[in-house]
Design a protein around this ligand. Structure first.
Ligand code: HEM
Ligand code: HEM
Ligand code: HEM
Ligand SMILES: *[C@@H]1O[C@H](CO)[C@@H](O)[C@H](O)[C@H]1NC(C)=O
Ligand SMILES: *[C@@H]1O[C@H](CO)[C@@H](O)[C@H](O)[C@H]1NC(C)=O
Length: 418
């Protein structure tokens, strides 16, 4: 099908091209021209996540650090933040220079101590003293449409110049009293790095490498839980007995579920690994739903060993249990895939590819469902015509006779002899 072809090729493009684009470390020419007018002699420049750019000069003798940090602010209000953290490469503890764009169009440059209280939602208020000697701090809009924070800092002794924790952020909303919470997708959290200011090297920034793993995590989870499992369910629901009887349905069902479980499990493990390696934040809801998915799917897989025989009396209870858990699983899987795509941020293409995929699977199921009912009613009409009494008793339900067993259960829940 041409849709699935487009879907998978767009995923592959995302998987292999986007990391290459993301790892380009050089600033744009526009930004370089702009900062060279600010006496930043383009000594080192780095393009960051959030499409912001950062250039600096550092003199190890005088410990003078000149910075220019720029980016776009699309909304009516917004803010750019750049700071140093004496503790580590993360938000709490950062001494930040924040440029705020107000509703009335005015710009303001203020200094802030970012604390644990900020993280739990306390209003951020400016501080006179942030423990840094900051001079000529300004926030301006330049010709290229960027907003730029410009400052000179004399680095205190507590800051190790060969191990500076640089933290930045872009917020979309600000009020009269100050900046409001920034967005919470992964790109807003990969905004800290460790820089050796003396040799101009980034020594600690893993986000580019992680990007590929996160992409792999997303694809494995979408393909495993989001494609194989529903296809396997379609095989079991529509090809077991009615409307079509296909002797390979069981093989198809079990192999799809096993393949889906296998791929999904790798994706799940990769997610846990990624989660454990991003020390300063956690996606609790995504993680909790993932654990539910793992539990439900593992219980379904136990069917391989624990499924009662078709002739067992309690088989119909197993069927109900297996169906209920199976459909619940499909529901939580799609919720978590949407959730994961939201965390991942960046790309509308992901969301719409998945919506298209769900639509395709849903469409196939709908067509088969309608076909089931049409066939069911046609059969009924047929039987009325020929009126052989002893056949009707077994045929009042869509799945006509139960192979090798005498179980009669409501329509789709008929136990096949597998
Ligand atoms: C306006 C007030 C702010 C609020 C309410 C806020 C709130 C938060 C919250 C709730 C998280 C997620 C934490 C988690 O999931 O565990 C976070 C993460 C983060 N924020 Fe902020 N933030 C604010 C300002 C800033 C500023 C000004 C910066 C940069 C200087 C910044 C940098 C970061 C970074 C790098 C992370 C990733 C996790 C970490 O390093 O701790 N935030 N923020
Ligand atoms: C049903 C499918 C999925 C499952 C079971 C799953 C599972 C997980 C788990 C267990 C984590 C670790 C959470 C933590 O400890 O903080 C995680 C993180 C994550 N997931 Fe998923 N995920 C799924 C789908 C997706 C999708 C479709 C995407 C989109 C690309 C995605 C993107 C992410 C991202 C960006 C993280 C954060 C990684 C990090 O902290 O560096 N997930 N996922
Ligand atoms: C994650 C894995 C699995 C999921 C999500 C799943 C889901 C489902 C669902 C939703 C149905 C009902 C389809 C309908 O509406 O008729 C079904 C039927 C069935 N499944 Fe699974 N399944 C999984 C694994 C397995 C495994 C490993 C076996 C191997 C024994 C198995 C054996 C069956 C059988 C025999 C039926 C037919 C039940 C009946 O007669 O009504 N399933 N499965
Ligand atoms: C700050 O700006 C003033 C005026 O432009 C300039 O004279 C001074 O040298 C600057 N200070 C630093 C530390 O760059
Ligand atoms: C600064 O960091 C470097 C690199 O980790 C280390 O070798 C050096 O000892 C540190 N200097 C101080 C004064 O802590």
């Amino acid at each position: 099908m041409s849709f699935s072809h487009t879907f998978f090729s767009s995923l592959f493009v995302l998987a292999f091209v986007s990391p290459l684009l993301a790892s380009a470390h050089i600033c744009t020419d526009q930004f370089l021209t702009e900062v060279s007018q600010m006496n930043i002699t383009e000594k080192f420049c780095n393009t960051k996540t959030l499409k912001v750019e950062f250039g600096w000069n550092f003199n190890n003798e005088s410990r003078r650090l000149d910075i220019a940090f720029g980016g776009r602010l699309h909304g009516e209000t917004g803010w750019l933040a750049w700071g140093l953290n004496p503790v580590g490469p993360h938000m709490v503890g950062t001494r930040a220079l924040i440029g705020i764009k107000r509703q009335d169009g005015t710009l303001e440059a203020l200094k802030y101590n970012i604390t644990a209280a900020t993280k739990i939602g306390c209003q951020l208020l400016p501080s006179k003293d942030i423990g840094l000697d900051v001079r000529n701090f300004s926030f301006v809009k330049v010709n290229i449409g960027y907003y730029v924070i410009r400052a000179t800092i004399f680095l205190p002794k507590e800051y190790n110049s060969s191990k500076a924790n640089v933290v930045w952020q872009v917020g979309e909303h600000a009020t009269e009293s100050g900046p409001l919470m920034h967005p919470t997708s992964i790109k807003n959290f990969d905004t800290a790095e460790v820089i050796d200011l003396v040799s101009n090297k980034v020594i600690g920034y893993t986000a580019h490498r992680r990007r590929q793993l996160r992409t792999a995590h997303g694809i494995l989870n979408i393909v495993g839980w989001g494609v194989f499992l529903p296809i396997g369910v379609i095989a079991a629901r529509y090809f077991r007995k009615f409307p079509e009887e296909w002797s390979w349905w069981f093989v198809a069902h079990v192999s799809c579920q096993m393949a889906g479980y296998g791929l999904g499990l790798i994706g799940w493990g990769l997610g846990l690994w990624l989660g454990n390696h991003s020390k300063y934040y956690i996606f609790q809801t995504h993680r909790n739903i993932a654990i539910i998915i793992f539990t439900f799917a593992t219980m379904q897989m136990f069917s391989l060993k624990l499924k009662p025989k078709a002739t067992d009396e309690y088989r119909k209870y197993w069927n109900m249990y297996h169906h209920f858990l199976g459909y619940s699983l499909l529901a939580v899987v799609s919720v978590n895939i949407f959730y994961g795509i939201r965390i991942f941020g960046e790309n509308k293409a992901w969301k719409w590819s998945y919506v298209g995929l769900l639509g395709t699977l849903g469409g196939v199921a709908l067509v088969l469902e309608v076909y089931t009912w049409i066939k069911f009613f046609l059969n009924k009409v047929e039987e009325k015509k020929h009126g052989s009494k002893d056949q009707i008793s077994a045929a009042v339900i869509p799945a006509p006779a139960v192979q090798g067993a005498t179980i009669t259960a409501p329509a789709p829940a008929v136990g096949a002899a597998t």
